[in-house]
Design a protein around this ligand. Structure first.
Ligand code: ADP
Ligand code: ASP
Ligand code: MG
Length: 408
């Protein structure tokens, strides 16, 4: 008998027919003699719909109230699935984040998990009850509802799997696994059989949102084996686990694209020690993650500093930059938000040279202009115009022959 945490994403519970199909799948696993803890997302589009409602009510909705609102989507699906399972003669019980004891910090809309009690889930399992847990939500120390950032049901599933020492955390979604690129952008993308935590973390944080990046971080930290697979068809998915000899030995494992990007340039800042420190400590204080940074010396003793932030953080970053502009005596602030980032990822890059030049040549052949570049040991990223993103992803997928099976 194995213990599985099975998470079903929004499309998998998008309507009542699909909820019945999920119930059927869970029933099969239970009848095969395994224990299952279910984690659910809200119905597809529901979190976006709630978000739109909030922004129709006011342009800057309060984060605490936003969490109360957004967490309601998952309450609907857990109750419906628990009913569907009970209708099939399976003893199931729904649990909110508070009821399972998912305790987070107080960063509303992007809370981090501090601890997972999980005792009500253990108790339910011991009684032969199937726990159906609301993903994406927790409570802070004052019992206020928090949410774990977009895609956060993946994190709920991984955190529960770690706490329960489950045999596997299965993430059921609308594609059959993790592919060499988003199959909706590159139709010839190939499913990867097995992937290291390190590569998956890079892919996820660079825009492959098939898994939430924080869930991968958590899985790596606690060694949780994660399998991404289809809700709609049978068959193996992609196993994300520790790097081993059985993994593909490609130089580049995958290509990712991210549209949630914006570039801010502070023009004409005095070029003296301490300026960058002052500027970026203000941004970090608001937990906005700055990605690429470029400083150019313009005329005389003035410099321009450009950096990228998630586009969704622009409304919070800009007032801070206006303040910094005045304090530092800078000239103007320029914002470009129709940009995107394309990245290639692979542990094989550690031992191969010339990968970056192949990337730049492939983009140049498509006539794509690179605005910024950054590299690390296992990835290279380029910022470009958003309208070039899909052709950049396709060109890189082809350049590194990612549709072809890897030769060992
Ligand atoms: P869910 O609602 O099940 O959580 P998501 O929309 O969060 O589903 O994640 C699945 C989607 O991730 C896929 O439909 C696919 O378009 C996208 N995706 C992006 N990059 C990849 C990739 N490399 N492999 C597979 N899917 C990817
Ligand atoms: N419903 C939440 C979202 O859309 C959480 C999730 O689906 O993982 O982001
Ligand atoms: Mg998701």
């Amino acid at each position: 008998m194995a213990l599985f945490v099975q998470k079903f994403g929004g499309t998998s519970v998008g309507d009542l027919e699909r909820i019945q199909r999920v119930a059927e799948r869970i029933e099969e696993t239970i009848r095969a003699g395994h224990q299952v803890v279910v984690v659910l997302s809200a119905m597809s589009g529901e979190t976006d719909r709630l978000m739109r409602l909030a922004h129709e009510v006011t342009s800057h909705p309060d984060d605490r109230e936003l969490d109360v609102l957004l967490s309601s989507g998952e309450r609907v699906t857990i109750a419906l699935l628990a009913m569907a399972l009970r209708g099939r003669g399976i003893n199931a019980r729904s649990f909110t984040g508070r009821q399972v004891g998912i305790v987070t910090n107080s960063s509303h809309t992007r809370a981090r998990i501090a601890k997972v009690m999980a005792s009500p889930v253990r108790q339910a399992l011991a009684e032969g009850v199937v726990p159906v847990v609301a993903g994406f939500q927790g409570v802070n120390e004052r019992s206020e509802v928090t949410t774990l950032g977009r895609g956060g049901s993946d994190l709920t599933a991984v955190a529960l799997a770690a706490s329960l020492k489950a045999d596997r955390c299965m993430i059921f979604t609308d594609v059959a696994g993790v592919y060499t690129a988003d199959p909706k952008v590159v139709p010839s993308a190939r499913k990867i059989h097995k992937l290291s935590y390190e590569e998956m973390l890079e892919l996820a944080s660079l825009g492959a949102n098939v898994l939430q990046s924080r869930s991968v971080e958590f899985a790596a930290k606690y060694g949780v084996p994660v399998e991404v697979k289809s809700s709609f068809q049978e068959g193996d998915g992609t196993l994300v686990t520790h790097e081993d000899a059985d993994m593909e030995r490609a130089v580049v494992s995958g290509v990712a694209g991210d549209r949630n990007q914006a570039k801010i340039t502070i023009v004409g800042v005095p070029d003296r020690p301490g300026i960058a420190a002052d500027l970026f400590s203000a941004v970090a204080g608001a937990s906005i993650s700055v990605d690429m940074i470029i400083q150019n010396v313009s005329q005389g003793s003035l410099a321009d500093i450009s950096f990228t932030v998630p586009r969704t953080d622009l409304p919070r970053a800009l007032p801070m930059m206006e303040k910094a502009k005045t304090e530092l005596g800078a000239q103007t602030i320029e914002v470009k938000d129709e940009i995107a980032k394309v990245s290639i990822v692979g542990v094989g890059m550690r031992s191969h040279s010339g990968v970056a030049s192949r990337m730049f040549q492939a983009l140049s052949r498509e006539g794509i202009n690179i605005l910024m570049i950054s590299t690390s040991e296992i990835k290279i990223s380029c910022v470009l115009d958003e309208r070039d993103l899909d052709s950049a992803i396709n060109a890189l997928h082809q350049e590194f022959a990612l549709n072809e099976p890897v030769q060992d």
